[in-house]
Write a protein that binds this ligand. Structure first.
Ligand SMILES: [Zn+2]
Length: 328
């Protein structure tokens, strides 16, 4: 049975301070209990002496909602609202193995991404999240589509040698990817543990690609992680029944690891005439074991944003706890 309903708001938190967005938040409060916000590193600090982020969090809380913040620290998470620290710190970027120079994987072809084994990046991460949890009343922290990237930087080489008592192959092979999956899981766990110590919950979301199964296993095993999420974006190339398939697969992972299952229902790039599938996807996720149903506010590439949002709103009410509580 669905216990919670969330809505992803693709930034910017300070917008909530504006009167027009206060109207939006009232509408969201009618169908959801949590806002999951993509934020960048700048939003979550004061603008000069103006505490916009603090005000935004207060406004969300005043409407009876919880707030989760997802930040694309180091370029490691695909949160849409970009972070920038890593752009000005190229010395922390990962180094792609030379044999992968012509890789067609767009995720590996990026350059401006900090390596999770880089000490400077780790120091920055700790400081950033420590400031966030100490100074702002957020309820949760999110990890948006973390994915391992092969790396042969000197810090990865050193760590690999310490662990395995031999040198790295220097290639983008299976062994490198496993090592990176383990390093990334440690990185996520570090932030998630910090959150737990401060009474803040944490949530990951990934698309369950078979080639990343090892990382997903490690992710689900992180003890301090509360929600294990999936985003079965069926409209790109699959029938809506795919939502049921991925939900079932994730349910098993969650049961094994004592996690709450969060299912993100697609709301962007929705072609005209297919809005009804949002409702169907919500039903399939609910029937197959989602603990949390989640929609987006209307967004890019969607042909009928109004209808898309209205369908999402109805889906969250009909399959979430709001309707049950209304019936009482
Ligand atoms: Zn590295």
């Amino acid at each position: 049975m669905v216990k919670e309903t969330w809505v992803i708001q693709p930034g910017s938190l300070p917008l909530w301070v504006h009167p027009v967005f206060r109207r939006d938040i009232r509408e969201i409060a009618g169908c959801a209990d949590t806002i999951y916000e993509y934020a960048n590193e700048h939003e979550i600090h004061p603008y000069a002496d103006s505490e916009i982020f603090k005000d935004a969090v207060k406004i969300i809380h005043d409407h009876g909602l919880r707030v989760i913040v997802s930040v694309g620290t180091g370029g490691r998470f695909s949160a849409i609202n970009p972070s920038t620290w890593h752009f000005s710190h190229p010395e922390t970027w990962f180094r792609l193995p030379p044999d992968m120079a012509n890789t067609t994987d767009h995720y590996f072809r990026r350059r401006e991404v900090s390596c999770v084994n880089n000490p400077k990046f780790l120091k920055y991460t700790k400081q950033f999240y420590s400031d966030l949890f100490d100074n702002y009343d957020v309820d949760g922290v999110g990890f948006d589509e973390p994915r391992e990237i092969p790396c042969v930087c000197k810090y990865c080489q050193r760590k690999f040698e310490e662990l395995n008592h031999r040198k790295m192959s220097g290639r983008g092979d299976e062994e490198n990817l496993r090592f990176q999956a383990e390093s990334l899981a440690e990185y996520v766990a570090m932030i998630s543990d910090m959150a737990k110590q401060k009474g803040v919950f944490s949530a990951s979301v990934t698309y369950l690609q078979p080639k990343e199964a090892y990382f997903h296993k490690l992710l689900a095993e992180i003890r301090s992680l509360d929600y294990f999420g999936i985003d079965p974006y069926w409209m790109f190339n699959k029938p809506v029944t795919f939502v049921a398939e991925m939900t079932k697969e994730a349910r098993e992972i969650c049961d094994k690891n004592n996690k709450l299952l969060w299912v993100v229902i697609q709301n962007f790039h929705v072609p005209s005439g297919r809005e009804v599938e949002i409702y169907e996807a919500g039903r399939l996720a609910a029937e197959n074991g989602a603990d949390v149903l989640c929609g987006f506010t209307y967004w890019r590439g969607t042909q009928n944003p109004e209808l898309t949002w209205n369908t999402t709103h109805k889906m969250l009410i009909d399959f979430g706890p709001k309707r049950r509580s209304r019936k009482k």
